[in-house]
Design a protein. Structure first.
Length: 296
């Protein structure tokens, strides 16, 4: 493990380390307006939600190497309102184009080909192509550090949300496959939250915990930390009678015969079968397989 103190390396090098390690980061596609009515549209990947009562989002702008503030920050200092437009895969290339350093007063809506739509409660327009847009009022500007590379945290309260109906599921909640979000990584890299990149993790319950896993399971050469996490989340282990009934069902007979023939080590065979069951979220059956050695 390499240990690095931020003060020991140049700021750009530690910046690259951070953005390479902390991700994928959601993108705040922020539309703002200055005192004369000129609109700016810029993406920021130092962004997230920080509360829901009141609904609060936070993103950060940085001071550039010329010690200049971003146009977004200048606009918010003049008009403390912003629309946070959520970015999905269908608009990622246009979004990237808007991040170029256009002159102040130039409309990134026009340069990147986005459609402005008048907001309802705030002055900056929202992006029609965005699947979700949050109209916000800025509540705090918090300076962090000094000089080039320093930041301003922009804290904003959501006062109105716009959601495209086609991204909703039958329950009226946002379907992660339909919204097709993207996230910022290091360098030129992005991540797409769709297809095999999406997976579910059941909400945790107060299970038996790692400390109650049998030693043979906890020290398995085959089961991963994620596998053990699923096993440790159960409320209790199957009863001995259930384990015996599973043996008698014939579902693991072939594994015992293979081990008796000297083709493989029985615990490895059982752990491999359990791993496949865990991948299919069949946690109880995985335990029935793993506990077969308790009957021998």
């Amino acid at each position: 493990m390499k240990t690095i103190k931020p003060a020991d390396i140049p700021h750009p090098d530690f910046h690259r380390l951070m953005i390479g390690a902390i991700g994928p980061r959601p993108i705040a596609f922020a539309s703002t307006i200055d005192g004369s009515g000129a609109v700016n549209l810029s993406p920021f990947s130092f962004f997230n939600m920080m509360g829901s009562k009141p609904p609060t989002v936070v993103f950060a702008t940085t001071i550039n190497r010329h010690l200049q503030k971003k146009h977004t920050l200048l606009n918010i200092e003049a008009v403390p309102e912003v629309v946070i437009n959520i970015v999905n895969y269908a608009m990622v290339e246009q979004m990237s184009l808007s991040s170029a350093e256009f002159e102040r007063g130039v409309s990134e809506f026009e340069k990147a080909g986005f459609t402005p739509v008048a907001s309802t409660l705030v002055l900056p327009p929202r992006v029609a192509e965005s699947p979700v847009a949050f109209e916000c009022r800025v509540t705090q500007l918090i300076p962090i550090g000094e000089g080039a590379g320093s930041s301003h945290l922009i804290v904003a309260e959501i006062v109105l949300a716009h959601v495209k109906e086609e991204i909703l599921d039958e329950h009226g909640t946002i379907d992660p496959a339909k919204i097709d979000l993207i996230g910022r990584m290091g360098g030129n890299w992005y991540a797409r939250a769709n297809g095999e990149a999406l997976f579910e993790v059941a909400r945790p319950q107060r299970g038996i915990g790692f400390d109650q896993l049998p030693l043979s399971v906890r020290e398995s050469r085959i089961l991963s930390g994620n596998d053990l996490g699923k096993l440790a989340a159960v409320l209790e282990l199957p009863a001995a009678e259930e384990v015996l009934a599973y043996r008698q069902s014939g579902k693991v007979t072939a594994l015992f015969e293979e081990a008796e023939a000297g083709c493989a080590y029985l615990p490895d065979l059982l752990h491999s079968r359990a791993k496949h069951l865990l991948q299919a979220s069949q946690v109880n059956e995985a335990w029935l397989v793993l506990l077969q050695t308790s009957l021998t």
